[in-house]
Design a protein around this ligand. Structure first.
Ligand code: FNR
Length: 382
């Protein structure tokens, strides 16, 4: 990639940038294949586009003459107070955007009291990332390994290095077909950018015939073999429970019947997600299923949403339809690509500020006041 230091020089730090502009800046600064890997979706990108379009189906009907001189955006998450309902989604291979990758994102998250969900395929190990975060909230996203010992080891490492929840991603039994990566012949995981947690894992290393330093290609091949786990079922939740007492969230649920099953299996939280349109193409947009899922869950556990959040008003709409909070995906990676830790901070602060403005203008001073009565669905013809 072009050196991020160069990006930092060209970036005017005083100028306000919308999320779309951050993307444009990152696009022109990054190598095409890295930008495509981050920005693009699977198949013909129907789901990627649907994610954005679904937010435009609603308008906000504001209330007037309410005291909005103080806006409180804070929420409770598993007994902890966090300053806003925005979290950082698990995104792997972050060194393709910036050499400091997840370390910079972790520092930014920690400085803002924003929870960070760290990916299984992070460029740095979960322990190295954890060290950047003090006591700030972080969760570990698990791709449940095809090898049970590796799965167990990663879960236990997460608990002992200060992660306070396990986020099991369930929409990736196999990788989605991302055409641009095939055209570009690009696989950052295949190039070793997603090995932080594998190469530091004793259970993983014990499966290798030679030390990684002697045969990195074989280690990467093994990582790839263990990464996809198409045989994974609901029983995996019971196994996670044997390894840790941490709360378990499922990421990638979009069907109300799966929300029902999640309750049956005692899951502690749901993330309604379609992986930002990178997995099942022509899959449903997350906002379109959120209300029904929240109807099933009936506030028993938190329901978070991601995929397509680009504006403060998107956060408001998700909360109005029942979400407890949202995860921001690609946008913070564009900030990372342009300006490392500072870029992540600016992106998150900007969308949080937009959200605060939306709350004030809608006439809501507290998160608990946001509900469906503030939304009007557009005429579908419009
Ligand atoms: C992801 N996402 C993801 N999800 C996950 O559970 N584990 C992972 O390692 C990754 N890695 C990853 C890499 C890249 C480059 C992207 C863009 C996304 C999905 C991510 O957590 C989240 O669901 C989406 O990014 C949300 O959609 P938006 O906000 O990017 O539209």
């Amino acid at each position: 990639m072009k050196a991020p230091v160069e990006n930092e020089k060209t970036l005017n730090r005083d100028r306000h940038l919308s999320i779309n502009e951050w993307e444009e800046e990152a696009k022109s600064a990054m190598e095409k294949k890295a930008y495509d890997y981050i920005a693009r979706g699977s198949g013909e990108e129907a789901t990627l586009q649907a994610n954005r379009k679904s937010f435009s189906k609603y308008r906000i009907s504001h209330r007037v003459l309410r005291d909005v001189s103080r806006i409180d955006t804070s929420i409770n998450m598993f007994g902890k107070r966090i300053s806003s309902p925005v979290m950082l989604a698990p995104i792997g291979v972050q060194t393709i955007a910036h050499p400091e990758g997840e370390l910079a994102a972790a520092r930014a998250a920690s400085s803002m009291n924003t929870p960070f969900v760290v990916s299984t395929v992070s460029s740095y190990s979960m322990e190295e990332i954890s060290k950047q975060m003090g006591s700030s909230m972080r969760w570990f996203q698990l791709y449940y390994s095809g090898n049970e010992q590796v799965a167990e080891s990663m879960i236990k490492r997460a608990e002992s290095s200060g992660y306070t929840a396990i986020v099991l991603t369930v929409d990736t039994p196999i990788m989605g077909f991302r055409e641009s990566d095939h055209i570009n012949k690009y696989s950052p995981v295949g190039e070793g950018a997603g090995s932080g947690n594998y190469f530091s894992d004793p259970a993983f290393c014990s499966l290798l015939e030679k030390p990684i330093i002697e045969d990195q290609a074989a280690a990467l091949k093994k990582q790839y073999e263990l990464f996809e786990n198409p045989a994974l079922t609901w029983e995996s939740i019971l196994k996670i429970r044997q390894y840790t007492d941490l709360p378990v969230l499922l990421k990638g649920v979009v069907h109300p019947d799966d929300a029902q099953l999640a309750l049956k299996y005692g899951v502690d939280g749901l993330i309604v997600s379609n992986h930002g349109g990178r997995q099942l193409d022509h899959g449903v947009a997350t906002l379109d299923v959120l209300e029904e899922i929240c109807g099933v869950v009936q506030n028993e556990i938190p329901v978070l949403l991601d995929s397509g959040i680009r504006r403060g008003s998107d956060i408001f709409k998700a909360l109005a339809l029942g979400a407890s909070g949202v995860l921001l995906g690609r946008p913070y990676i564009y900030g990372l690509a342009m300006d490392g830790e500072e870029g992540v901070k600016r992106v998150v602060q900007q969308i949080s500020k937009e959200f605060e403005t939306t709350m004030a203008l809608a006439g809501t001073a507290h998160i608990a006041e946001i509900n469906k009565t503030y939304l009007v669905k557009n005429n579908p013809e419009v």
